[in-house]
Write a protein that binds this ligand. Structure first.
Ligand code: X2X
Length: 357
């Protein structure tokens, strides 16, 4: 009898070893994380990607978007770790929220680094297409998440309830809500403000209750969909940093897709890049965003963000180059300290990429 069992176990093992190595079956649902809500430009971009993938894969790859930090228990800076360990399959994520784990991702948050460029959108595109963009992608992949594309949440503009901001002096003593990432605290302290960390999931309540005097977020992506004018009536167009978005995938999930499906996902990511950038730049670039959204039949109702803000009672301060230069000067020390933390080679590569346009 014993011999029989031994034989049976060996036979089963042999059969298992002889089985062809088939790929793991696809999941019935892949979870994609997005920090803000479904009506934000970022949220719409996440939905665009998921819909496109479902359509092109004829339903084989079913990505469900979880907006409003639902998969993160409200803690946006834990997203990278949850994606890496597989609790989340995909994320359309801001460099800001992953920068506590990946120091290179602080590059786009270097204050006034892009704002002083002759064409700030071209500068961003040059970074993503150039050596510095590759260096950021590699830094993320080295830490354990696959990047399949980039897009954009937009340049982050300041909104406040206490009066127009055009000079560093105007910010003195103002309580400003910022994301829980150290470079933000240092930037706003350098400007004389009093920065307060708050997760986005709690920020709107904070604005409502007047816990803070201001905040910074992209105009088309967040401020307009949120109707920021309900809380803050002053908008300062200072373009002080940009918020690029990454399309990240858990590497084990990525490997489970067939080569054809990996190609399909990369193609969908490339279209998502164009869509997300156009949404964020609409009414603020040379007209390319408007033309693109028109061409794909996805033009929003309003195409002039400045008119929308003014129609809703906001005072919009569009800063001159001199005013931006004065604010940039006040944050010189932050750029210097953070260049060392980010890596001088990466900052230099970005400068070279921007100079190439
Ligand atoms: O928290 C923010 O301000 C937001 C929604 O823009 C980010 O997640 C970086």
């Amino acid at each position: 009898m014993k011999a029989f069992y031994r034989w049976a176990v060996m036979a089963v093992c042999a059969c298992l070893l002889a089985l062809p190595a088939t790929a793991a079956p696809y999941k019935s649902e892949y979870k994609l994380s997005v920090v803000p809500g479904a009506t934000s430009g970022w949220g719409m971009t996440g939905t665009f990607f998921a819909d496109l993938v479902r359509e092109r894969s004829q339903g084989r790859i079913n990505i469900k978007v979880y907006h409003s930090s639902q998969l993160l228990a409200g803690k946006q800076t834990s997203e990278f770790l949850l994606l890496r360990n597989g609790a989340i399959d995909f994320a359309l994520a801001s460099t800001i929220n992953w920068s506590p784990q990946i120091k290179e991702l602080n590059l786009p948050a270097l204050p006034f680094f892009l704002a002083v460029q002759p064409d700030r959108y071209k500068a961003m595109d040059a970074i993503l297409a150039g050596k510095s963009g590759k260096m950021m992608t590699q830094a993320v992949e080295k830490k354990g998440v696959k990047i399949i594309g980039w897009t954009e949440n937009g340049f982050r503009e300041l909104t406040t309830s206490k009066g127009p901001i055009t000079r560093p002096e105007d910010l003195r003593g103002l309580k400003i809500r910022v994301v829980g990432s150290p470079i933000f605290i240092e930037t706003f302290r350098a400007l004389g403000a009093n920065p307060v960390n708050m997760n986005w999931s709690e920020a709107t309540t904070g604005f409502q209750q007047g816990v803070v005097d201001g905040q910074e977020n992209p105009t088309n992506g967040i401020n307009i969909p949120l109707k920021i004018w309900d809380y803050h009536t002053f908008h300062c167009d200072w373009h002080y940093i940009i918020d690029p978005l990454m399309l990240g995938v858990n590497p084990r999930v990525w490997k489970s897709f067939s080569p054809e499906d990996q190609k399909l996902l990369l193609e969908c990511a490339a279209e998502t890049e164009k869509y997300g950038k156009a949404l964020s730049r609409l009414g603020m670039d040379d007209g390319s965003a408007l033309a693109y959204l028109k061409s794909i039949g996805k033009l929003p109702e309003t195409t002039d963000p400045y008119a929308v803000m003014e129609a809703n009672g906001m005072t919009v301060s569009r800063l001159s180059n001199e005013q931006i230069a004065a604010l940039a000067k006040a944050t010189e020390g932050v750029r210097k300290d953070w260049t060392a933390k980010i890596g001088a080679d990466l900052v230099k590569a970005a400068e070279e990429d921007m100079a190439s346009v």
